[in-house]
Design a protein around this ligand. Sequence first.
Ligand SMILES: NC(=O)c1ccc[n+]([C@@H]2O[C@H](COP(=O)([O-])OP(=O)(O)OC[C@H]3O[C@@H](n4cnc5c(N)ncnc54)[C@H](O)[C@@H]3O)[C@@H](O)[C@H]2O)c1
Length: 375
Amino acid sequence: MRLAILGGGPGSWIGHMHRSAAELDGWWRVVGGVFSGDPARSRDGGALLGYDRERCYGTLDELVAGERARPDPAEAVAIMTPNDTHYPLAAAALDAGLDVVCDKPVTHDAAQARDLVMRTRRHGRLFAVAHGYSAYPMTRYARHLVDTGAIGELRYVQVEYVQSGLAPRIEDAPQNNRLRWVLDPRRSGLALVMSAIGCHAQHLASFAVNRRVTSVCADAISVVPNREVIDTVSALLRFEGGLAGTFTAIQAAAGSENDIRLRVYGANGMLDWSHREPSYLRIAMLNEGPRVAGRGDANLPPEIVALGRAPRGHPEGLREAFANIYAEVAQERMLRALGEPVPAFRYPTIEEGAHTMAFIEACMASQGRWVDVAA
Ligand SMILES: NC(=O)c1ccc[n+]([C@@H]2O[C@H](COP(=O)([O-])OP(=O)(O)OC[C@H]3O[C@@H](n4cnc5c(N)ncnc54)[C@H](O)[C@@H]3O)[C@@H](O)[C@H]2O)c1
């Protein structure tokens, strides 16, 4: 299937991850795109990445017109532009009849995300959000164990995402294109730390326990002095069914790396997944020693094994997790086109993206009080 890229020009952070993940399993071929907000730079940037110059467009409008005129048009777009452009690009792509894979935060606010839900449904399109952490084999296995009651009735969830990128005052460093949009709250979103990593943490927790967050009591602050953007959010959570939990997202934790960790406690035991060792899931039952399940273990359900590519012990990472999202979207497209039954693929949907935006809004409104997350 043919994919066009929006964003992800030479030198961008996440562009290579998307482009290579989309093509990893052979489902998609990247045919071109719009690689910059500046039309001339977009055409040059796309050509530099190796795409046919004819298919390196200056704007999305040009792309839609140019691809429509071809016998082999792009069938979907992947959006990896600065955050404030996700909504207009996604809305226009859906209206043009394209399926969408969009990076997070999916929009600026929940109202925009709800609008994308409606457009996706109205046009009968597919819309995936690039929450890679819930597409690892072992986070999918955690969800499987929760769904099958392996740890008993759920009691508590702990999710944390800790980074160090905002520990120094990067506001005082020489600015580049990326820092300019990241440090501008009108462009990066309601709270920088939530746009960057908090959205992933909430999504992973909700995914693993298969429940939305219904209310939060949150503290959204900047721990680095004299900072305009929010770098830290701590929150108490209630999920559907009254399940309790805690949430930490901080980008100003000096010395940390890219530490996202999820622990789910049930009446009979717990699950522990950390991005430091993403191919493993620690399972500890009451009165038993812990055991470590690994990607590729023969006793895993076949649909979990199928999410990995190399045997146990051979590292796989975020690229492969992204590739799982692209593969599932492609398979759903194919089954729909063939008129065959479509199983419930687990890639993050626009409905989940809308819930994440409502969660972020609730965290920002909370100011230390319990507030509901809009349904
Ligand atoms: N899912 C993840 O794990 C993950 C990780 C990192 C970044 N991201 C997201 O990816 C997006 C991009 O982040 P980044 O760090 O790569 O940013 P970046 O600034 O490094 O790259 C942005 C790219 O988009 C291009 N661009 C800007 N405006 C454009 C427009 N209107 N049309 C087309 N191209 C345009 C720029 O030229 C650049 O190539 C952000 O939304 C970010 O939140 C997601």
